[in-house]
Every structure is written in C-alpha cells, then in structure tokens.
Design a protein around this ligand. Structure first.
Ligand code: ASP
Length: 352
C-alpha cells in the first residue's frame, strides 16, 4: 500500500528532485472558506516503518485531519483546529510529540511546542517541558494567559501546574519504539563514528529517522483567520537542554493573516539560523511571491540538502507541503472537497 520510490539513504542526492516533485498547492485564485494542512514530520519515509506502523500512522493522520476539518466546517477558529489536531497527534505514540517524544542524551524527554494566531500576531510557546502531557495546549495558555511568548524548562512545567493542564511523569513519554530507536542510535554512533560524533548528530538523525514524527498544523478558518502550531520531542539523543526550532516563533512556526501560516519540521538548528517560517511570509509580503514558490525556493536555495519540510497555507486557502528529505507524512483538506492523506513518494514528474 505504501510504496517509496527511492532508498532512504539516497535522499541527499535526490533532494532537488523531491523538492520539485512534491507540490501540493492549489492554483485557483478563488478564496476558499477554509483550508487545513498537517505534517507528521520530515524524514518519515514509509520505508522506515513496518506495514502495520505505516497503517497506524496513516490512520492517525486521517483522524487528525477529520478533527481539524470538522472544527472548521462548523465555523470554529483556525486556532481551535490547530490545537485540537496537534493534541490528538501528541496523544498518539507513533509521532515524535507528546506521548511518542524521543529520548534525549540523558535518557529523558524534553518537549517543545508553539502556536500562533495570524489575526493579531499573538503567539505562545513552551520549551524543554518534562511533565506536560500536551505541550501545544500549554503553549496556547502562554499566549492567552501571560504577557510572554516563550516559557522554558522548570518554569514552563510550573506554569502548566498553575494552569491545571494535565501533568504526567516523564516516563509517560517512553515507548518501546523510541527506546529501541535511542539504543540503536547509540550503537550506530559507536560503530560508525567513534568520538566527536555529536557535531554530526542532526544529519545522522535525518538519515536514521531518529527524529521523525514532529507534528504541525496550519489552517485558514471561515472568519478569514490563519493559525499555525508545531509540537515535538526534538531529536533523539539531543543534548540535555537543547531547544530546536519548533517552539521558536519565526523559525518553526509563524502566522500572519496578510501572508500565510507556516509549520516547519527537520533539523531545527538550520531552521533557526534562517528564520525559515518567517522567511516564507517575508517573501510573500515583500516580493509578492506565491506561498508555494516561497516554500520551494527556501527548501532548494536556502536550507542545506535534506534539511526538512515545510507546510503553509495562505489567506486564500492555497496549501503548500514540500520537503527535501526521504519523505514527510502530510495531509490536507479544504472547502472545495479536497481531503487527502499523502503518504507515498510521488514520481518525479507528478504535480498534485
Ligand atoms: N525540528 C525539530 C527539532 O529540531 C525536529 C523535527 O522536526 O523532526 O527539534
């Protein structure tokens, strides 16, 4: 059912082909009433999973899309849709967010998330939380209940306690799959790289798939408002205290009604350096570039090969979902009747 055309380890060579071949943008100039797109992490080629796990991940993406779509059909806000979709995927052990968050180098879990309201540029984020079951909801509370944008570490966990969000022990986030991935990752590092391997970690991660499964959602609602959110456990074996792009507004997440809503996935350090999420919006604002062209240009011309993926939606409901890695679980729906979970690699010439 899930067929990948290319061996995963070939993807650096195939990066340009894949970037130019995975368009999922709609070319209509009509404004759609609503539109929603979801990613389940760059690097997540179906080749990395068993058929059973692929099916479970596929079904979870489909359910998440239904949740988001229903909220938007009923006139709910893009913020509500983004939070509900991400909460659902955080509770699914097959994604690197919430329950399935990967292990850091200390054998624990530190989770990052952010959310942004395109109608007023309000945003909220948490970084390095260890006991909050659904970091995306804590991020939304940072946005609505504080004057701040980003809370990190123990203060963020304590904020969750004060806000009465659901708390869990850190080992709640352990799963057999993430535990296995961490152990295999450590073994591979010892075998292949000996000392000094940590500087190469992010690049190894995208090859071995040990960071796959970050989740993100972008949406346009029937009120004309955009929103975006991203949630992750980061990268397997990341240094204790490391924060990636996902909780950094303008790097991993961005939304502004005048341009677009964006969620990124991939090697966080590369996305932070280039303020990638904001760069998509800035190209649209200052150069008049279409959302899908902005996303494609950044993946091809700005980011290193195989750095990750980007989903975005503009104020008319045009969706872009592109990546430069071996795959990216993704899904999209809109008011024209589109509803699709895209799981397999498209041939180089396809343009869906
Ligand atoms: N961007 C995330 C991070 O660097 C990881 C990912 O998207 O897979 O923490």
């Amino acid at each position: 059912m899930f067929k990948c055309c290319f061996p995963v380890r070939c993807f650096p060579v195939l990066m340009v082909i894949l970037v130019t071949s995975t368009v999922t943008a709609q070319e209509s100039s009509d404004r759609l009433t609503f539109a929603i797109a979801i990613h389940g992490g760059a690097g997540s080629s179906p080749d990395m999973f068993s058929a059973e796990v692929n099916q479970l991940r596929h079904d979870a993406m489909q359910q998440a899309l239904e949740i988001g779509q229903n909220i938007l059909v009923e006139g709910g806000t893009s913020l509500e849709a983004v939070e509900a979709v991400i909460r659902f995927l955080e509770d699914d052990p097959h994604f690197n967010a919430g329950k399935g968050a990967v292990f850091n180098a200390a054998g624990e879990h530190e989770l990052d998330a952010s959310i942004m309201d395109g109608s007023n540029l309000d945003c909220g984020a948490v970084a390095g939380v260890r006991t909050i079951k659904n970091p995306i909801s804590a991020a939304r509370l940072v946005m609505t209940e504080t004057v701040h944008v980003l809370l990190a570490g123990p203060g963020a966990d304590e904020f969750g306690e004060l806000q009465q969000v659901e708390r869990v022990e850190n080992d709640y986030f352990d799963t057999p799959a993430t535990s296995k991935a961490w152990n295999e990752f450590l073994k591979e590092q010892q075998t292949d790289h000996g000392d000094g391997a940590s500087r190469q970690l992010p690049f190894l991660d995208m090859v071995t798939g040990s960071c796959i499964g970050t989740v993100g959602c972008v949406a346009l609602d029937s009120h004309g408002n955009l929103a975006a959110g991203t949630s992750t456990g980061g990268m397997t074996n990341k240094q204790f205290g490391r924060v990636g792009d996902s909780p950094i507004v303008a790097a991993g997440t961005y939304a502004a009604n005048e341009t677009c809503a964006v969620s990124c996935t991939g090697i966080g350090e590369e996305f932070i350096r280039r303020a990638v999420a904001y760069d998509v919006a800035a190209r649209m604002k200052y150069q008049g570039v279409a959302v899908d062209d902005a996303v494609r240009e950044i993946l091809i011309n700005e980011l290193p090969a195989a750095a990750g993926g980007i989903i975005a939606v503009d104020g008319d409901g045009r969706i872009s979902m592109r990546y430069s890695t071996g795959g990216m679980a993704r899904a999209a729906a809109d008011s024209s009747g589109r509803f699709e979970v895209i799981w397999h690699e498209e041939p180089a010439t396809s343009n869906n």
